[in-house]
Design a protein around this ligand. Structure first.
Ligand code: FAD
Length: 636
């Protein structure tokens, strides 16, 4: 009865075998010799916590390594609770690593959800304060086309942005500006259409995956145990009271299973929430979300200097936005009931977005798409409204109302307000454990956010180019100095592994040693390795070798990881390419496989990525894919 939704008898003895492979390099909490399992000063100060140690291994189990899960793990461990976090894939694998990455209030929520705008803007200000290195400014342009109603619309929009300006001080944003058509074109010469004028307004962007990693690292440094690649298969409850008593988990990489005793479980599994709640024996309806898929298309360089708002054929707001080295178009919002572990963009979704952006910025059709990414929003459930109209509020469900005391689900929310959501959840825990400790996550810098590092001086010291140093400082803040230490000790680690992004060998090794990266894909999530124009062709194999050497795996395993990464990336790319380029893609993958000595016909046939790419390549070439934009979105 390990996998079913079980209400089991209370078990007194801990069952530690086998421990997950990723127990942060130490023994599981409570296991002999585990110095980090709670002997922190803050724990000693709390009698309530000490009392609970006798019958539990940890105070709180958090399920889900997205931004909400790691946010709670950080806050709870900072307030002195013993925390274990389980993530079935990798940190930021879900919505948090696949969002538009805007730490904003979302002007579009202002009309129907002003509370969301306010809380997001306030929390955005806090996130800027604790992780200043991770934030970057995104000035937006909103062009308004001439039409019969355009002047009225223009006045209304001006009033709307004036209302949004009131929230800007919370996030150090600049007020909006009215712009003439000439001014708009001076800023973005590629803008199309007969324009009446437009507006600028100010937002902030963030790397969602780095935000998750920073929170997880901080939680670990405060004693939390974080398991990646480890899925919670069952939330055990007592037969008599229904209260939570343990979780049972499976290490998906190492293959082992185990059990961890706890009286509190936080279900922070986003779009997976109802599935997770069901493992406790509750009906899936106890923790319902309305999963909304959103995709983005990535281009090989910065096509615009500003983010530009456009509209889709059905009137939805979308954008094209410069993002680090690349440009991104986003996003869709569609109900999704497919496999949450394998969410991918489709070519229809790509066409829909390209068509919308091409109306305001036609040059996009000539640009080279290098990939797509997709995630599923864990939106609060409502039956009836269209996806865009759903509230972006967040909600905590205390499953005591369903007869499961100790189980909580965190539903909905935004990246921009994750810290506040985590604070609200941890306030409940604090009360539950009688801690009385106030939240301090808005006052304490995230790892790397405590000091500024001059990237140009770093570039000189490391003898790397300035762009590489800027990227390093962007991703790691003051912790870039720790990577510098590695390079000082081993100068050859300054060598660039991924030239597109760029990423050095020292950084790859650092992410494996200190940030729980276990595969090429994990390194990519933390560094953007392989996400540039070459799609990993120039770096995945070397990265695989480094990961294998750091983890003591065979070199062949490193290569296998590299090919897995390349095929996964190719799959995200082919939907944004024409059929001819898909053929080319299939050939390139085959040649990389053969260069790595991993090619056998039956391997290729079996690989799902190969099959999909080959299917696309077999399609009628039609108008040849010299320009994929034109194929994907002909003029109406
Ligand atoms: C396309 C898109 C664009 C967005 N844009 C923005 C934006 O610009 N700004 C903004 O503020 N917000 C944005 N959001 C919303 C934001 O990304 C989400 O609200 C937020 O990331 C949700 O975080 P989460 O931790 O709840 O879920 P997730 O990040 O999805 O994390 C859930 C995790 O739980 C893990 N998990 C599931 N089951 C188990 C199990 N049994 N055991 C262990 N682990 C498990 C999963 O692997 C996953 O990693 C966007 C979302 C999407 C999809």
């Amino acid at each position: 009865m390990l996998y079913g939704p079980i209400v089991s008898k209370q078990q007194e003895s801990p069952d530690w075998t086998p421990a997950p492979a990723d127990w942060g390099g130490t023994a599981p909490p409570g296991a002999p010799g585990d110095d980090a399992s709670g002997d922190q000063t803050s724990h000693v100060q709390s009698p309530a916590v000490r009392l609970r140690r006798d019958d539990t291994d940890v105070d709180v189990v958090v399920i889900g390594g997205g931004v909400n899960g790691v946010g709670v793990a950080r806050d709870a461990s900072q307030r002195g609770l013993r925390v274990a976090l389980f993530e079935r894939n990798d940190l930021a694998f879900g919505a948090s690593g696949n969002s538009s990455g805007m730490i904003h209030g979302g002007p579009r929520y202002l009309t129907h959800d002003p509370h969301v705008t306010e809380t997001s803007c306030r929390d955005s200000g806090h996130i800027q304060a604790i992780a200043p290195h991770l934030l970057f400014r995104i000035p937006f342009l909103v062009p308004v086309e001439r039409s019969a109603k355009a002047r009225v619309m223009f006045t209304l929009m001006d009033a709307f942005f004036e209302a949004y300006d009131r929230y800007q001080p919370f996030k150090r944003g600049k007020p909006h500006a009215r712009l003439s058509a000439d001014e708009l074109r001076q800023l973005e010469p590629g803008l199309a259409g007969d324009l009446l004028g437009g507006f600028s307004f100010d937002e902030w962007g963030i790397d969602g995956a780095r935000l998750c990693v920073a929170n997880a690292v901080d939680a670990m440094e405060r004693g939390a145990k974080v398991f990646v690649g480890c899925t919670v298969e069952q939330i055990e409850r007592r037969e008599d009271t229904g209260a939570v008593q343990a979780v049972r988990y499976r290490d998906r990489r190492g293959g082992g299973v185990g059990r961890l005793r706890t009286s509190v479980v936080i279900n922070a599994t986003g779009a997976w929430s109802s599935l997770t709640a069901a493992t406790s024996g509750l009906p899936p309806t106890a923790s319902l979300v309305r999963p909304g898929k959103g995709i983005h298309i990535v281009y090989d360089r910065r096509l615009t200097s500003y983010a530009i708002m456009g509209r889709t054929i059905d009137g939805r707001q979308i954008f094209i936005c410069p993002w680090e080295n690349v440009s991104v178009i986003g996003t869709t919002d569609d109900d999704f009931y497919g496999d949450l572990d394998g969410v991918r963009a489709t070519s229809e979704e790509v066409r829909y977005l390209v068509q919308g952006i091409a109306r305001v910025f036609p040059e996009v059709r000539r640009a080279r798409a290098i990939g797509t990414y997709a995630g599923v929003r864990p939106t609060i459930h409502a039956y009836g409204p269209s996806e865009d109209q759903l509230s972006r509020e967040h909600e905590i469900i205390d499953h005591a109302v369903h007869g499961a005391p100790g189980l909580f689900s965190m539903i909905g929310g935004k990246l921009a307000s994750y810290r506040l959501f985590a604070e609200e959840m941890t306030d409940i825990l604090s009360k539950h454990f009688g801690l009385g400790a106030p939240c301090a996550t808005h006052l304490t810098p995230l790892p790397g956010g405590d000091a500024t590092v001059d990237p140009f001086k770093l570039a000189e010291r490391l003898e790397i180019d300035a762009v590489a140093a800027r990227r390093l400082v962007y991703r790691h803040g003051a912790r870039a100095l720790r990577i510098e230490e590695r390079v000082k000790a081993r100068p050859r680690e300054a060598v660039s592994v991924c030239p597109c992004e760029p990423v050095t060998e020292a950084e790859v090794r650092y992410t494996v040693r200190h940030e729980l990266a276990r595969t090429v894909g994990d390194v990519s999530r933390r560094t953007r390795l392989g996400l540039g124009a070459c799609g990993g062709m120039r770096c995945a194999a070397r990265c695989g070798q480094i990961v294998a050497s750091e983890l003591g795996l065979s070199p062949r395993e490193g290569l296998r990881q590299a090919v897995e990464f390349l095929e996964r990336q190719a799959l995200t790319r082919v939907v944004a390419l024409g059929p001819e380029q898909a053929r080319q893609e299939a050939l390139t993958i085959a040649s990389v496989r053969s260069e790595l000595g991993l090619v056998r016909d039956e391997d290729l046939e079996a690989a799902p990525a190969w099959r999909s790419i080959a299917r696309l390549a077999e399609q009628e070439p039609g108008a040849h894919a010299v320009n994929p934009g034109e194929i994907l979105c002909p003029d109406p």
